[in-house]
Design a protein around this ligand. Structure first.
Ligand SMILES: *Cc1c(COP(=O)(O)O)cnc(C)c1O
Length: 386
């Protein structure tokens, strides 16, 4: 094993590094479904690729190491990862979710797990007293995102882990927006971390993948069983691509965040901007908590323009920043949460939690910041209703 201490090195050398057979510095793509057995009951430790595949295993060891957990699991998408975690629960159980979780997490609970009588309640998890009071006997888990999508609200992760421990239930954090490079929830006592690795971990908008990390052997066994039984595993080639993406996560995020801090300053000082949400700004909700639990404010920014700006025109006028779902790739993206990522949440619920029709969400990429700011500035000017 390579000798290193810091996460920048773990991103490159972590998990199962390279290939022992040939010395290849990269983990080979074991593009195989099955493995020949020498005789009855004599296998190499690999039997069938739904159950285990060496390329996927290298990725799973890597994410477990990065998140400081005991075991990692790779899935075909973030939603497959979240579905596997939700499969830990039974009819009659309920889970608490924070006010603005990813729309797909809300949808799978509201439209799929509801059919199995697994319930959910939306709670403002930024208020720990309120959260604690909502944990009734049937609540078996608290699921949070911090920063949460798309208003970038910050929840105190140690506070959530402590409440979960007190009630003997699970704390689950979707760490997609931060990644282990910026925030490691298990260090605060969180039980399960989930990722849409489609975003920053993959980092190039060229694959869809999900990851789960747990810090307990018993939970690891249960999740391995669910992963093998339900079968939503990540293939060898995508596992390789994800390992490749993770190697550059540190340098990419350093630039993403540097750019985002500048873009947030620009928007904050722009007279067209009514509201801005960015956890790296001193007056943002949860600024101090985020500073304690994460390296910085990340690279996602949401904002609203004043009513005398036409947001349809704003989107049309952007020439560098692409209008698209998703986030976390090297290219800057913009989206309209109310009609895109959060469309599956009913309008009444959206309005209640502040996902207004005027909200714009930016995933700041690693292009030159001057080009990003110029594009934003131009689109804002073009969209002013005179
Ligand atoms: C995209 C996303 C998901 C879903 O992941 P997929 O890879 O698209 O299935 C879950 N949580 C968050 C926070 C996301 O941004």
């Amino acid at each position: 094993m390579a000798n290193y201490e810091k996460i920048e090195s773990a991103l490159i050398h972590g998990g199962i590094y390279g290939d022992k057979t040939t010395g290849a510095v990269n983990v080979p793509i074991y593009q195989t479904s099955t493995y020949e057995q020498k005789g009855l009951g004599e296998n190499t430790g690999w039997e069938y690729s739904r159950t285990g595949n060496p390329t996927r295993a290298a990725l799973e060891a890597l994410i477990a190491e990065l998140e400081k957990g005991k075991a990692g699991f790779a899935f075909g998408s973030g939603m497959a990862a979240i579905t596997a975690v939700l499969s830990l629960f039974e009819t009659g159980d309920r889970v608490i979710i924070s006010s603005n979780v990813y729309g797909g997490t809300f949808r799978v609970l509201d439209k799929v797990f509801k059919n199995f009588k697994i319930g959910y309640e939306i709670v403002d998890t930024t208020d720990l007293g309120l959260l604690d009071s909502k944990v009734t006997d049937d609540v078996k888990a608290i699921i949070v995102e911090s920063p949460a999508n798309p208003l970038l609200t910050i929840t105190d992760l140690k506070g959530v882990a402590d409440i979960a421990k007190k009630h003997n239930i699970l704390s689950i954090v979707d760490n997609t927006f931060m990644t282990p490079y910026l925030q490691r929830p298990i260090e605060f006592g969180v039980d399960i971390v989930v990722h849409s690795a489609t975003k920053y971990l993959g980092g190039h908008s060229d694959l869809v993948a999900g990851l789960v990390v747990v810090n307990d052997d018993e939970l690891a066994k249960r999740l391995a069983f669910i992963q093998n039984s339900t079968g939503g595993v990540l293939g060898p080639f995508d596992s390789f691509l994800l390992i490749r993406g993770i190697k550059t996560l540190g340098v990419r995020l350093d630039r993403h965040v540097e750019n985002a801090e500048k873009a947030a300053e620009f928007l904050k000082n722009n007279k067209a901007v009514k509201n801005i949400y960015y956890p790296g700004l001193k007056d943002a909700q949860g600024y101090e908590i985020n500073k304690r639990q994460a390296k910085n404010g990340g690279a996602m920014i949401s904002f609203e323009l004043y009513e005398n700006y036409d947001i349809k025109k704003f989107f049309k006028s952007l020439k560098l920043i692409a209008l698209a779902e998703s986030l976390g790739g090297v290219e800057s993206l913009v989206c309209h949460p109310a009609s895109m990522t959060h469309a599956s949440i009913p309008k009444e619920v959206r309005d209640k939690v502040g996902i207004t029709d005027g909200l714009i969400r930016l995933s700041i990429g690693i292009e030159n910041i001057d080009d990003i700011l110029k594009d934003l500035d131009n689109a804002i000017k073009e969209s002013e209703v005179k």
